[in-house]
Design a protein around this ligand. Sequence first.
Ligand code: ZN
Length: 799
Amino acid sequence: MIGGSSGRFSVPRCLCGVQFVALWVCLVTTASAQTNADRFLTDEYTRSHDYDLVHQRIEVGGFSWDSLSFDGRVSTTLVVRRPDLADVVLDAGRRLEIRKVTQGKAQLGFDRASDSLIIHLAHPAEFDDTLRFVVDYHGRILQGQGLYFFNAESGRWGRQVYSGGGTDGNPNWFPTYGGAEDKLTWELVATVPRDLTVVSNGRLVSDRPAARGTHRVQWAQEQPASSYLVSLVAAPLLKLNDRWRGVPLAYYVAPADSARARLVFGMTPGILEVYARLLGVPFPWAKYAQVTVADYFGGMENVSATTLADWIPDRLALLDRPWYTQVLLPHEVAHNWFGNYVTTANWASYWLNEGFAQFMVGQYWRVADGETAGEDAYLSDYGQYLEDDARRRMPLAALGSNNIYPKGSLVLRMLRLELGEQRFWAGVRRYLTRHAFANATSADLQRAILEATGDNLSWFFDQWVYRAGHPEFAVAAAYDSVARTLTLRVAQTQQDTLHADSTGLRYNVPTVFQGRVAIRVGTPAGDIVRQLRLRQGAETLTVADLAGPPTMVVFDDENRMLKTLRFDQPTSWLAAQAARAQNLWNRSWAVGQLSGRTSDAGAEAALVAVARAGSDPTVRSLAAQALSRFPATVALAGLEAAAQDTSAMVRESAVRALAAIGTPDARRLARAAFARDSSYAVRAAAVGTVAQLDSAGARDVIVQALATPSYRAMIQTAALAAALHTEDASLIPVLEERLGDQPLVAIALAWFGSHGSAAAVEALGRHRTDERPWVRRWVDAAFRQARLSPDVSAPGSGD
Ligand SMILES: [Zn+2]
């Protein structure tokens, strides 16, 4: 699962915290109140239950978009795993009204206890007995919990209903066992209006007309998987067919999206090919469908039928390297192996699903586009990890861990460097084959690596998986010009200061991280590379017989260790590192150091040089951003060059940075970017910059931008922000005309209203009775959010 937004560097926001609250709060409170690494090595967090769920036939129909309800009938087959079993307990959301439970011709008694359904068997069952029973029910849904009912909107999408899936969603629409560790096969049979296409897991069995303008569609998932991967989508979809190595691929999209969908989803066979080659494990499922729906937050890897947001980029949007293609699609494809084929046994090892899926994104780009493209993905994860870690420092393997996506990805990247390419993939292959169609814990991964490579990585798993934090290095360099010797003092400064939480759990942080790093020293006679094995909190490295004073010192040359680094260096060393260090993290770190030296002309010159001709778009973009903090005279030259870069990301950074340069040249460049640039992101940035540089003179650009269609309305959204920035009330009639475009237009009008504009409140009030239902909804929401009263301020508009 993954959620996110459109920004290139807006790394997906991990939604697991939200998804998990209900599930793990109840589990964590039953856990004993201390922590140490050992507890995560085992199945401590795996749920107990009395049976093995074998098969479910899930029949749903009678969907009502008005009452958010439907009828369900679920036939369950399970094998009893204890003698003398009197009751079977299923997970079933409390809003499901159970009508009856039958076993053959007999009715069974049942009770409800919060989100459980307790079925009383007619006679106690014995160990190994197979039971079959049927639950008939009427499902009522709280919007988005279990199922999402969508009404037609904006003329783009018709009505639809789909399941959210994920870790606690499915029991809200059918009784099942929700734990990840019990795998089953299933059939899904849905009866829906004939204009809706039904997509679910596995193989399409039949699609037949049924009564009253409906059809009855049956899918069968014939290989075992966890119940949180069951999917139902019923929507007005167009199916595009594709194929890879004999596996049927399908892309289900809104008919209006078919052209852009071919282009974007056309990358799927390439991703599958890269993964299949790296993993050496065949694609496990009957098909791979990617299904787009309205109003979805990101993606969910429902087995063989991934559900995705409908933010399919068009040809121009691809210039901006959107999150959808950079991260979402490769992440979800990776779940075919990681998560769906081998599934975490419990939520304390959830990083095995999400960390691997996120790690594979970087591997895809590394193979497809080169080493730097891979490092770019991991740099993005690094930024996200630091944010998560700053909020709360937690281990990877912990219930409700907040860093499973980015830290999982970065730890696997380190593991690959530690083991080397061949041994790493051999270990991963062992992990996948040993636990095929089954479950695993963190300890199972460690064991698979041990078996495949003979390498006992207890130390690695202990510090990176079971314990929290990362090394915080403080490095100092001293050069003795007489002895021509460089001395590096390397200290790990992280402290173990974490407190126990309300349940008594306390995580700890290693005060010494083990590992090795390479130090690259630039000299007049070429580079020297030395290895440093880290064993203690303070280490010293001496590099003797240098040809002359160092020109550059790169700590951790390959970026082998997840870390933060304090290392005060001469500007010339940093300039050299920013220009030519081999690893992207090291180059970007040097740019970051230079960007703090705002009164150092050497730093500014170095940043201008990187912005103009840096090795890759990421460092050029970072350098352009940094230049906004430097004096305009020199910075402008760098930004002017960066504004002409071949990469849209660099141009966008340059145009944003121009906002800090208050010269006529900066205004001219920003206006030119809005008028002529091909990229949506650059034009959106330009609107903001023009408004910031020239509040009074920005109206023409804002008006034009409000009417400019773009991917995910990013240009219009930038124009709305600019309108608020300029506080230009003459824009209110223009905004009113655009009310049907997106919800933020009503929010912007409400903002003007709450800042004293009666005209804005009246304009909004007029649309409380708009003939477009979605506009009425957006307007009402805007009134509520701004706490405006429509009836008082706009007489006659209330009803
Ligand atoms: Zn995921």
